[in-house]
Design a protein around this ligand. Structure first.
Ligand code: FAD
Length: 275
């Protein structure tokens, strides 16, 4: 089995904390290489990521990768955070631009993820393994597809060791992206980001916001199940497991699951892959 990793978001309530603990406990048995924790846009949630990675590291014994974004962090704040992560023994960072929340005027000291990657290298040398984001279906704000590929390459040139993709349901988009960037001389591993489907309407909302395309045949089949949650989960697990199988057969170096802090849908996919 190739390497797998799981992404969590920082819980904000006691109930969410319990849910994350439960998910982390269940998913740990699947042997992830590491787990990552998102960094919510806006300085106010800055500390939640740190607290959450600390808990996953110390209480669950997991290797962690905090996400870090340009948004809401000055150079000095980001340097402090990097130093604290280094002191805690973490070796991996997911470096992003982040999205500016509406109403927030100052984007922080860095404008693009490539600048953040360069800063991490300047500040922390080679201590951290740096992952960056990749968009097989093209980032929604990119001027055009070619510019997006060039901007992706700039992050690798700035020092990123690997990339995790935005989720997608079309394997060809991934294979094409990998082929294009290899032709541009990018050699780092590009791990597909996998979104389990457990709630179709939530997925639709996310996908509209981040530019991921849900193929018509998946939408139509999901809609046909109406609010029958069990059937949607079954169909979702089948469809996504099939996608994972195709990606791995085609050479994907691993799988990164967007767990949404729940174990069931991710486990259902991995059970099918192992079975
Ligand atoms: P960049 O690589 O900086 O690119 C952003 C856009 O700017 C692209 O359209 C690119 O083509 C363009 N661009 C880049 N450089 C230039 C340049 N020099 N000139 C002109 N245009 C340029 N968001 C969060 O807030 N917190 C998270 O924890 C988080 N985790 C994520 C994890 C993964 C695996 C992924 C795929 C996304 C995640 N995101 C997260 C979302 C991400 O922050 C957004 O998609 C954001 O809009 C872009 O981030 P980026 O790092 O890809 O930005």
């Amino acid at each position: 089995m190739p390497s797998i990793s799981f992404e969590f978001f920082p819980p904000k309530t006691e109930e969410q904390r319990l849910q994350l603990d439960q998910a982390a406990g269940l998913l740990k048995s699947l042997g992830p290489e590491y787990v990552s924790v998102t960094f919510g846009a806006g300085g106010s949630t800055l500390s939640y990521t740190g607290e959450t990675v600390a808990r996953l590291h110390s209480e669950h014994g997991l290797d962690v990768a905090p996400h870090l974004s340009c948004v809401g962090g000055t150079r000095a704040e980001l340097a402090e955070l990097l130093d604290s992560y280094r002191a805690a023994g973490y070796r991996r960072i997911v470096a992003l631009r982040g999205d500016l929340p509406s109403g927030m005027a100052t984007p922080g000291d860095f404008r693009y993820a490539a600048e953040l990657v360069r800063f991490i290298r300047e500040h922390s040398g080679d201590h951290f393994h740096i992952e960056v984001a990749a968009y097989p279906e093209i980032h929604p704000q990119a001027d055009d597809a070619l510019a997006d590929l060039r901007h992706f390459k700039a992050k690798v040139d700035a020092g990123a060791n690997g990339a995790i993709t935005q989720y997608f349901f079309n394997a060809d988009a991934y294979f094409r992206f990998v082929e294009d960037v290899r032709r541009m001389g990018v050699a780092v591993p590009i791990v597909p980001g996998i979104m389990p489907i457990s709630n179709y309407f939530q997925l639709k909302r996310f996908s509209d916001a981040c530019g991921a395309e849900i193929p018509r045949w998946i939408s139509k089949r999901m809609q046909a199940h109406g609010d029958d949650a069990a059937s949607i989960r079954e169909l979702g697990a089948d469809v996504v497991a099939q996608l994972c199988r195709r990606l791995l057969d085609g050479g994907a170096p691993g799988l990164h699951f967007y767990t949404l802090n729940r174990a069931r849908a991710t486990r259902a996919i991995l059970d099918r892959l192992h079975g």
